[in-house]
Design a binder for this molecule. Structure first.
Ligand SMILES: [Fe+2]
Ligand SMILES: [Fe+2]
Length: 630
């Protein structure tokens, strides 16, 4: 394909303005590098996508993207989710393809989402006093051109255009620098210029050479939109060349805006919530509003179905009238329209809650937070032990109001465990009571406190961020619910620990002996635990492991009091016990871990495992036969 038809090539030679160019008997300026985002240029093999340069370095395409066909004027659509094209992680590796004294960069792109710091092509560092490189980009309203020259003010100049871009519309944008003047052209017309910089381009020591992203050492802002052409010259184009280059692309720039839809996909894979002996809830999230269908049954063909016609992104389908202690299969279909092709999930399994006298087991993992590598490994090890469900004492994510922490950290790391068993969480402080928690869990109202039965055990789940004093809603509910329980085993779960030996969360024990050794707010609930014979209280918050002796009236006993456990080593940054052993301490251990609890009638076995799956603590509780309470 000839990008420059002959008349333009000849004209191009005449309007480029460096002496060296004129001194060469040359038909037109050769670009330093050129990329065309068509089916020859963008090649996907074995799940990796490569950008093959017409000239210059090949690139690696990051993040979600899709090739658009002729209907969209053949272009690469970048999703804007950690997407972009890396031409070189270190621009020095591509130095021969980068302009030094002068530059012209011409692109045909659409910007489908404004950014404070948007990047289309360039090499940049902008960190405090370290400002260097160049970048053709955009901000929330216009295109921009940033550059630092060796003889300029010692920092970048961000030249802001005047033409407001329209989302989804293709633009021809050119940035020019001749050593004295920075110019920005939009659709063939000069949009802005400045003489704030001069001298050769001042490059950073190291920075990535990127297309479709603003990326430096501490920032990565991805372009959402189309990209069709990028051409880079080490010459400064004159106005006439830019006008002619635009004319060649004018048909594209005159097209109306289009909204690109990404293919229907999972944002969160199907997972299970709140299973009972006769019900189970399946949830998932799609990237576009869609209809959801759940297929399930006692065979892998999943012969029964439940349809939800409303268009939703967070799908929640409850199955009722199931048989207790029975293995079921399920899968989901998600569709944009009745006739549309379905997005299929794999077939997974679940088991309804067991009969009262059947043994069962569950895993405990807390404070998974923003460490999917560790939390994923622990959840994988827990899944290998085939628990009946997962108990999570809070701090599922590191920042509750940040959706990406749910979609990128918590949910992916908990699979395959939560595809096969439900998880029962409480709110930690890191959730910040975010709406995402309530959107992504399906628990009895009001969801921040609830109870559930499994086998011969009952679980009482409390939000210890909220008020739990004796006059509070939760305290009164807990007292009533505990007093009505006939379960053989009673377990409580809330995030903040009534007893903890942590070195500094409850007074810095390296500097004072006056620490509270636990959360005094949460400790207001302890009289209820003692009065109603709670067996174990599971907490998190302290990113460490601790198991107490049974405690009654603030004294360690051998039996007859609740045991308190902190299982906060699910992924968050680790914490350390203080220097002395308080009366309640049985075992402490700094390190990431998960725990397993196995119950067979009147016998409970507990084990805690480290990240290498080595058991480091265990406990057995045996109740007198035929007696629910000790
Ligand atoms: Fe935490
Ligand atoms: Fe916490």
């Amino acid at each position: 394909m000839t990008k420059f038809p002959l008349p333009i090539v000849l004209l191009t030679a005449a309007v480029f303005a460096t002496a060296s160019q004129f001194s060469q008997a040359h038909e037109g300026p050769d670009p330093l590098a050129r990329w065309r985002f068509d089916s020859q240029g963008v090649v996907t093999e074995a799940e990796a996508t490569t950008l093959r340069a017409r000239r210059g370095p090949d690139g690696t395409v990051l993040g979600k993207h899709q090739m658009l066909g002729e209907k969209y004027e053949e272009a690469l659509f970048l999703s804007g989710k950690m997407s972009g094209i890396v031409l070189a992680e270190d621009h020095n590796e591509a130095a021969k393809f980068l302009p030094s004294e002068s530059l012209t960069v011409s692109v045909v792109v659409s910007v489908d989402r404004p950014e404070k710091w948007g990047g289309l092509v360039g090499v940049i560092q902008d960190n405090g006093s370290n400002e260097s490189g160049w970048l053709l980009g955009y901000d929330q309203t216009t295109f921009t051109f940033a550059l630092r020259g060796d003889n300029g003010p010692g920092k970048l100049t961000y030249l802001k255009g005047t033409t407001k871009y329209e989302s989804g519309k293709l633009y021809h944008v050119v940035a020019v620098y001749d050593g004295k003047t920075m110019q920005l052209y939009v659709n063939g017309k000069l949009d802005a210029e400045t003489t704030a910089q001069s001298g050769p381009i001042h490059y950073p020591g190291k920075a990535p050479f990127m297309i479709g992203a603003y990326r430096d050492d501490n920032e990565f802002h991805s372009q959402r939109g189309r990209i069709r052409d990028v051409v880079l010259y080490d010459l400064a184009a004159k106005k006439g060349w830019v006008e002619h280059d635009y004319e060649h692309n004018a048909d594209l720039a005159k097209l109306p805006p289009v909204e690109i839809h990404e293919p229907l996909d999972f944002v969160i894979d199907p997972y299970l919530q709140f299973g009972t002996q006769t019900t189970m809830t399946v949830m998932w999230r799609s990237n576009r509003p869609a209809m959801g269908t759940l297929f399930y049954g006692e065979t892998a063909q999943c012969p029964q179905r439940i349809d939800v016609a409303d268009l939703k992104t967070v799908h929640e389908i409850r199955i009722e009238d199931l048989q207790p202690e029975t293995q079921y299969f399920y899968r989901t279909e998600t569709r944009l329209t009745e006739e549309g092709p379905p997005l299929l999930s794999e077939v997974a399994t679940f088991q309804t809650a067991v009969h009262k006298d059947t043994p069962f087991a569950f895993a405990v993992i807390s404070d998974t937070q923003g460490n999917p590598t560790v939390s994923g490994k622990l959840a994988g090890l827990a899944w290998e032990q085939r628990p009946s469900f997962l108990l999570h004492p809070g701090d599922l994510v590191s920042v509750g109001p940040d959706d990406s922490h749910w979609t990128q950290h918590f949910f992916p790391s908990m699979n395959p465990l939560i595809r096969h068993v439900p998880f029962y969480p409480v709110l930690g402080n890191h959730e910040r009571n975010a709406q995402y928690y309530y959107d992504y869990v399906s628990l009895p109202s009001p969801e921040y406190y609830y109870t559930y039965r499994f086998g011969n055990a009952q679980f009482f789940m409390i939000d210890s961020n909220r008020n739990v004093d004796p006059e509070s809603e939760q305290y009164k509910w807990l007292e009533k619910t505990l007093s009505e329980s006939d379960a053989a085993w009673k377990f409580v779960c809330h995030h903040h620990p009534p007893y903890s030996s942590d070195e500094n969360d409850y007074g810095n024990l390296w500097k004072t002996n006056k620490g509270t050794r636990g959360d005094t707010k949460a400790r207001q609930l302890v009289p209820l635990y003692e009065k109603y014979h709670v067996d174990i209280v599971w907490n998190g918050h302290i990113h460490s492991y601790e198991r107490t002796w049974p405690i009654l009236e603030n004294k360690a006993v051998n039996q007859g009091g609740p045991v308190y456990m902190i299982t906060g080593g699910g992924g968050g940054p680790l914490e350390t016990p203080g220097p002395i052993r308080p009366f309640f301490m049985n075992t402490v251990r700094r390190g990431h871990h998960y725990a397993m609890v196995r119950i067979n009638g009147a016998k409970l076995e507990f084990q805690a495992y480290d990240l290498d799956n080595r058991m480091f603590d265990q406990m057995v509780i045996e109740k007198k036969t035929g007696q629910d309470q000790e």
